[in-house]
Write a protein that binds this ligand. Structure first.
Ligand SMILES: [Zn+2]
Length: 371
């Protein structure tokens, strides 16, 4: 939580980054919105932060909260900055988010940082091909969704949808081939990917309030449905069963997850188990995506027409939308887990450049190949 000391540290830190003539005013908040991840990292270094692990709410206010509100609070002798009035009220959603998906940031914070980093790397509105591999669920394609936000901030015209159920890039080699062939001449490719999971207002992982529904429903239904199917049987699905069915995407997920959920056998579903399943879904998405990308980036002539492929991977955490009483709604969150750049010279990890002020992400459940 943002106590008085933290608030002062934040203000001093940001102010020290600005020209001396900069007024200590609402302009500070505006400046902060324009800071890149690298700049924020530098600001953190200036502050001499030693809180390597900070809670999500603190992270959030560092990036997005209007500092003017804090400034005005400090300037009034009658007011005292306390967690209650400096931050949105802590609630069950936020507690569950922090506990189960540490390091998650609001969509707009992620988009702000990543778009700035991409611009620094030469991504422009006319040389960038943007693709996403997220679940088909409509809650991932709202006006406030991560993809839409990134699209706006990058200024790109459209988005190639690689994802099917669970966020797995079921377009396959053919779809990936079509996608990469659309890259502008000497262009750059950016892909955001990952599974998704809802957290309801009462903090339940795997549930979300949907517009016009009386009670929360499952999200991601594909991942949780597969988990339930696997727990209900003792025999792993044969791969061949997934082919030729009229439900092949879900059958594939069940088959692929069936060997990865032994930890959960005999346990009742709870927040931890759904979080575990979601992390395994991340592995599935990444492994399939990397396999498809490799099919093209390993071709000698691929890098003759594409200069860079940047991959942003993480877990989308949806929150309730709509008119459910008592559910404030708002932006979804995203737990960033990977930011890689691929070029003809190899692969570089640029996660630290963008998210290094939010280090020490727990990765207890992931064991993907190709990490
Ligand atoms: Zn889904």
């Amino acid at each position: 939580m943002l106590g008085l000391n933290k608030a002062c540290t934040l203000l001093v830190g940001v102010n020290s980054f600005l020209p001396q003539s900069a007024a200590f005013s609402i302009a500070i908040a505006t400046k902060n919105h324009g800071m890149t991840g690298k700049m924020l990292t530098m600001a953190a270094a200036v502050r001499g932060d030693d809180d390597a692990v900070v809670d999500a709410a603190t992270r959030e206010i560092r990036i997005m909260a209007p500092l003017a509100a804090v400034v005005s609070s400090l300037s009034s002798p009658a007011s005292v900055v306390s967690p209650a009035n400096a931050l949105p009220a802590a609630n069950a959603f936020e507690s569950s988010l922090q506990q189960n998906f540490p390091g998650a940031l609001s969509n707009s914070a992620v988009a702000l940082r990543v778009a700035a980093a991409l611009r620094d790397r030469g991504f422009t509105s006319t040389n960038t091909l943007f693709g996403s591999s997220l679940c088909s669920d409509e809650i991932n394609d709202t006006a406030e969704s991560l993809v839409g936000d990134l699209q706006n901030k990058l200024g790109v015209e459209g988005v190639f949808n690689l994802g099917g159920l669970g966020g797995l890039p079921f377009v396959g080699i053919s779809g990936m081939g079509a996608f990469t062939s659309h890259a502008p001449v000497n262009g750059k490719i950016f892909i955001v990917f990952g599974p998704h999971v809802g957290i309801s207002a009462d903090g339940t992982v795997g549930k979300i309030e949907r517009v016009g529904k009386k009670s929360p429903s499952g999200a991601c239904g594909a991942g949780i449905g597969a988990y339930k199917a696997i727990m209900a049987t003792n025999t792993p699905k044969e791969a061949k069963e997934a082919i030729g069915t009229n439900d092949f995407q879900e059958e594939y997920i069940i088959q692929q997850l069936s060997t990865r959920l032994d930890e959960l056998k005999g346990k009742d579903p709870n927040n931890e188990s759904i979080t575990y399943v979601t992390n395994k879904m991340y592995d599935l998405v990444w492994e399939m995506l990397r396999s498809e990308i490799n099919a093209f980036t390993t071709k000698p002539d691929f890098w003759g027409s594409v200069s860079e492929v940047t991959l942003l991977g993480g877990i989308v955490v949806n929150r309730g939308h709509g008119d459910t009483p008592g559910v404030p709604g708002g932006e979804d969150f995203y737990q960033p887990l990977m930011l890689k750049s691929l070029t003809k010279d190899g692969e570089s990890d640029i996660y630290g450049e963008v998210f290094s002020d939010f280090p020490a992400l727990a990765r207890p459940y992931r064991a993907a190949k190709y990490v």
